[in-house]
Structures are given as C-alpha cells and as structure tokens.
Write a protein that binds this ligand. Structure first.
Ligand SMILES: Cc1nc2ccc(C(=O)N[C@]34C[C@H]5C[C@H](C[C@H](C5)C3)C4)cc2n2c(-c3ccccc3Cl)nnc12
Ligand SMILES: [Mg+2]
Ligand SMILES: [Zn+2]
Length: 349
C-alpha cells in the first residue's frame, strides 16, 4: 500500500509495532498505560483502521495519521489531563465497541461510533489541569468566552477539536456527505460536553430509565447511551487493576493540589478535594467510587452483561482504598501522601 505521506506520518506508521505482540489489547483488563508513550499515536491509528472507520467514511490514511499527530500535540504536559489520558479514553471506547458488539447489535450506528472515537481522542484538548470553577474564579480568557453557558473547559475542548478538523490535511471528516458531516460534528459537540461531570450528574437518572426498555431505533435514546459511554471512557482507569486506579488518583490529586495551592496564593480558599492540607484521598476516592463510578458501570453492566467485569474491578478498587485507609490511619501521622506511592499498597489486591 504505497502512498505519499509527510515524513512525520511515516514516522508514526513505522513506529507501529505489529499489534499481535499485545494480544490482550482488545480485552477490558488491558491497561493502555502499559504502552510506551511514543506508541500511543500509532495504536490510536490502528484502532480507527481496525474498526474500518477509514474505509466506512472515506478517510485517507495520511489524513488520519496527520490528524492523530496534531491532536497529540494539542495536549499539554499536565500530570493527568495529557495525551496519555486521551489515549486511555479512546482505547476504552474501542473496547466497548468491540466487546459489547455495539455496531453489529445496532446499539450505535457507524457514524455514532466515529463520533464516539473522535470525541474521546479530542475530549480534553488543551486542558490546563484546572477545573471549570477555577476558570470562573480566576477570570481566565476561557471563562470570559464560555462561562455564560457553563461547561467552560468542555466548550474549549470542542472548539479545539473543530480547529484540528479545520487544519489543512487533518480533516478526517472531509470525505463524508454534507448532512452526515453536520450530524457528526453535532454529536461530537454533545459528547465532549457530556464529559463535564456536572452534566453527568444531571442526566444519570434519565439514563437509568433507559434500563427499563432501551429502544435502539430511537436516536435520542442512543444519544443518552453515547453520553453514558463518554463518562465511562473518561473514568475507565477505575475499571483497571488497583495499581492503575491508584496511580491515576495520584496524578489527579497532583493536579487538584496544584490548583488548590494557586487558589491559596490568589487569596481564595480551595474546596477540600483541592486542598492538600485537608484532603484525605482514601475517603474522597471511596466517595467517588460509591457515588459515581460503581453506579455508572453498574448501569452499563445491567444493559450489557458482558460488562459485568467492569463493576467487579471498580468494587475491587473500592476495597483497595479501604485497605489503604487502614494503612494510612495506622501511619497517617507520618504525613500520608508519600505513602500513596508506597509499593506496599500494591500487594493488597
Ligand atoms: C478517579 C477520579 N476521581 C475524581 C475525584 C473528583 C473529581 C472531581 O471532579 N471532583 C470535583 C469536586 C468538587 C465538586 C465538583 C467540581 C470540583 C470540586 C471537582 C467535582 C474527578 C475525579 N476523576 C476524574 C475526572 C472526571 C471528569 C473531569 C475531571 C476529572 Cl479529574 N476522572 N477520574 C477521577
Ligand atoms: Mg474533561
Ligand atoms: Zn477526561
């Protein structure tokens, strides 16, 4: 298959290891964090071509390669909200499509699967490691642009995604008919906005009703399901092994505490979860798993029995935090945080 590609695209494609050496790549237990950084762009390319999205939507491989490289560059070097998180998110979307057989069973259309994959790759573009409330409080440019409609960061991530698509040689959607293009962009907008946890809290009750009688031919019901999948992809580290879930929490609180430090220097007092002097990570994580993570994957496993393993893993991670809690409380007076990266914590699960 000989084609003219830019030299960096060649680099990306050649860096592609033959996928057979990660045979469990398509398994829910696989942790995308185990792959070397420089291979993530290539595996993203492989996931799109494995789903035949390039064939279905007439996407030139050169354009797909350039789009992925551009998106990778669109992420900043923050502790958590970086290209590695975007890769974990799109990998989980790939796992859902493959393991729940979503397209063949008609739960989502091919166009919706394209929108889901693109939304996951782009959903945190240009994240600065700070929350929506931080934008408002410190009156950032983004707050001035988007605070009236809410979901400030998510609107920025969508704007960045549109920017990517409008960049010469990166528009992976330029091969689809006009009305499908518009529908796909509309979907990407809704799906990126759905990654604001505040939105998830608002629609979760409605999504639970889906459980009663899900009608896959109704577009509005598929839209609710796709938003549920977006949150599931965004939080998917919590469905992996304890060492992954714990390390992710470590990275997230690194970002949160940095924001809390900034808020203190700006004279405002941070909420508990952002304040390194007040936050107790095990109980914050037990709350997060009980209130958001376990109900979320619980609902998905009720809709799709094949997803049962996800709830089990999330519950195991909850147990991980109760054990950590016991460890912390015995040694808490030794200033708990550095204990987080304590290898002792890995043995328990
Ligand atoms: C493991 C894990 N824990 C998490 C614990 C807490 C929060 C969180 O947003 N907390 C709040 C706590 C109060 C009231 C509101 C606004 C802010 C102040 C921040 C919510 C997120 C967590 N999270 C995410 C995640 C998902 C979407 C966007 C950003 C992130 Cl970081 N992905 N994984 C995790
Ligand atoms: Mg986000
Ligand atoms: Zn995210």
């Amino acid at each position: 298959y000989h084609m003219k590609v830019g030299d960096e695209d060649v680099e990306l494609l050649l860096a592609c290891p033959n996928s057979h050496n990660t045979s469990n790549f398509s398994n829910f237990t696989f942790s995308p964090r185990s792959l070397p950084w420089e291979e993530m762009a290539c595996y993203t390319f492989l996931m799109f071509t494995d789903l035949e999205l390039d064939v279905l939507f007439n996407i030139r491989r050169e354009t797909l390669a350039r789009f992925i490289l551009f998106v990778e560059k669109g992420y900043r070097d923050t502790p958590y909200h970086n290209w590695r998180h975007a890769f974990c998110t799109v990998h989980f979307a790939f796992l859902l499509i493959k393991n729940l057989d979503l397209i063949k069973q008609g739960f989502i259309t091919p166009l919706e699967s394209l929108a889901l994959m693109v939304s996951c790759v782009c959903h945190d573009l240009d994240h600065r490691g700070t929350t929506n409330s931080f934008q408002t409080q410190s009156g950032t440019v983004l707050a001035n642009l988007y605070s009236s409609e809410g979901s400030i960061m998510e609107r920025h991530h969508f704007a960045q995604a549109v920017c990517m698509l409008n960049t010469e040689g990166c528009n992976i959607l330029d091969g689809i008919p006009r009305e499908q293009y518009t529908k796909c962009l509309d979907l990407i907008r809704d799906l990126i906005l759905a990654t604001d946890l505040a939105s998830h809290f608002r629609v979760f009750e409605e999504q639970q009703k889906l459980l009663v009688e899900f009608q896959k031919h109704k577009e509005d019901q598929r839209r609710l399901l796709l938003c549920l999948f977006m949150t599931a992809c965004d939080l998917s580290d919590q469905t992996k092994h304890w060492s992954v879930a714990r390390q992710t929490a470590d990275l997230i609180y690194k970002e949160f505490f940095t924001q809390g430090d900034m808020e203190k220097t700006m004279g405002s007092s941070p909420v508990e979860s952002m304040d390194r002097d007040k936050a107790y990570i095990p109980s914050l994580q037990i709350q997060f798993l009980d209130n958001i993570v376990i109900p979320l994957y619980g609902l998905i496993s009720e809709l799709f029995p094949e997803a049962e393993c996800l709830v089990k893993a999330a519950k195991l991670n909850r147990e991980g935090w109760t054990t950590a809690d016991a460890l912390f409380s015995t040694q808490w007076d030794r200033g708990g945080h550095e204990l987080l990266s304590n290898p002792e914590l890995d043995e328990q699960v």
